[in-house]
Unconditional design. Structure first.
Length: 120
């Protein structure tokens, strides 16, 4: 996914939701993987040039407004409604939507664990 995203520009900036931001969006038992580990993992990926945390207090388009990229790459699984896409489009040249980055996600794994627990 990141390799494909990088192919759309010279510099790939990756925004990582802070623990507080994930907790606000997904609930008190999240995140499963803490922000420092998510950032560390991304720091070992050669395609990511800049990695930054997106705080809970940051408005949703803060990083996009700040950077104003020529190309904004979003995942099909995280793209938002048409209104939000239009808002993002004000601050970048184009928006590219890529297929989801993986077949599994932390959320999917949590659901499987819960199903297994409930089956007992």
């Amino acid at each position: 996914y990141l390799e494909k995203a990088k192919s759309y520009g010279d510099i790939l900036i990756v925004g990582v939701d802070s623990d507080a931001r994930v907790k606000k969006r997904k609930g008190p038992t999240r995140p499963i993987v803490p922000e420092h580990e998510r950032v560390l993992i991304l720091s070992h990926v050669r395609h990511a040039d800049v990695i930054t945390l997106k705080g809970v207090e940051d408005e949703s388009n803060h990083l996009i407004k700040l950077v104003q990229p020529d190309t904004l790459v979003v995942s099909e699984s995280t793209k938002h409604g048409e209104d939000e896409v239009d808002e993002k489009a004000q601050y970048c040249g184009e928006i590219v939507v890529l297929e989801p980055q993986a077949e599994t996600s932390t959320s999917a794994k949590v659901r499987l664990i819960q199903i297994a627990k409930d089956a007992k």
